[in-house]
Design a protein. Sequence first.
Length: 307
Amino acid sequence: MKTSKSTCLIDWGSSNFRAWIVNPDGRLMEEYEYPVGILDPAVKDKTSWFESLIEELNFDYPNLEFLAVGMIGSATGIKNTQYSSAPCRIEEWVTKSESYVTATGRTIEIFTGIISSPDNPALVDVIRGEEFQIYTSNYADSNSVFICPGTHSKWINTSNFEITNFQTFTTGELFQSLLTKSSISQLATNEITENGFLHGLAMATTSKALTNSIFKLRAQYLSGYLSVEDLKGAASGLLIGTEFTHAIQANGKPESVILVGSKSNCETYRNACDFYGIRAVIDETTIAQRVARLVEKRSRLIERINS
């Protein structure tokens, strides 16, 4: 049994449950990942499942400080926390957590998500989890455009520890649906090829309607214009290219972006950035650095508020 006072950060999102334990010196002690999304139908009682994991973590690391981000604080999570409103500075976000107490008395501090344009139904948008990645990034003090690729890809505009506005694209979710529940799912089984990906990106630049372009993938395969080997890559390129096209139309083309996410997702998006002539930097901030910064910033601000 470990006895050091440590922090456990939990991020339960739409695709995975992750937890990291970081000691007071900012060193990563343990990392856990379960391929169980917060809406996974296999989890019949998410509260019991979640609290049992908390007990397991606390057995090895007594007196853990539990912090949580992501969809765990949503209406479909463990506790529905109130959103902070964009533009939102780190000082507001980091001191606005809400407490959740388990049946055994463990307290988890859940950080809120951020809502943009709540009074405008045409522009309203939300993030949960990505704000943690932005505020604790090596680039958090810059005026930048962050892209967080994933199930729900985010384009987030920032200015010196402030999230000013953002857009969400269901790119990863649609790609998964195409691969599993569409008319091309039994065909798009190969790895993503460069030729296929570039073909899809090019399609996106001239596409008038995404639903029409998706069907064109099948039509191009059937008519011999697109090989079965390139079909999966073309589907990926089409969806990511559509995301880029609309983001650029909405806010203009940025000179550079910062990519935050898994290595494979960031590499894919860097290839898309090359196609669009955008310089891309992959954020390599470690989770230990992120947790340590969150704990330090939160402790300092709370001390200031209470003094």
